[in-house]
Ligand binder design. Structure first.
Ligand code: ZN
Length: 120
């Protein structure tokens, strides 16, 4: 059950770091797709051959679809990381990311033993 399995395996700080890296990789992918769209649109005209036009039109559509998918993934990954990051601080002693998951949703502070719901 994600993300509890990953957090339990890696620890919260490492899981959070990896999610930020993955999210930003999707952001870079989206940006590269936009550059590809701009480059293909510049080459897209009606004076060339029909197969050439079809190739560029296909590249534009594929890049647009990938850009939308990458933007959605970026948003979802960062939203999840931010949502869990807001609950990663112990309410009793204030320790950040110093907890262990003892069930798929519940966390226990390593410093003071306080328990709280990390994942809803
Ligand atoms: Zn604590």
């Amino acid at each position: 059950m994600e993300p509890a399995d990953s957090i339990a395996r890696l620890g919260f700080a490492r899981w959070y770091e990896r999610r930020l890296i993955e999210g930003h990789a999707w952001f870079v992918s989206c940006f590269l797709c936009m550059i590809a769209i701009a480059a293909c649109m510049e080459e897209l005209n009606l004076r060339g051959s029909l197969p050439r036009l079809a190739v560029y039109a296909t590249l534009v559509l594929a890049s647009a679809a990938l850009a939308v998918y990458a933007a959605v993934r970026y948003h979802r990954i960062l939203s999840e990381a931010e949502r869990l990051g807001e609950h990663a601080t112990c309410g009793n002693c204030g320790a950040y990311a110093r907890f262990k998951l003892y069930s798929p949703t519940m966390a226990r502070c390593r410093r003071c033993g306080n328990e709280w719901r990390l994942i809803n």
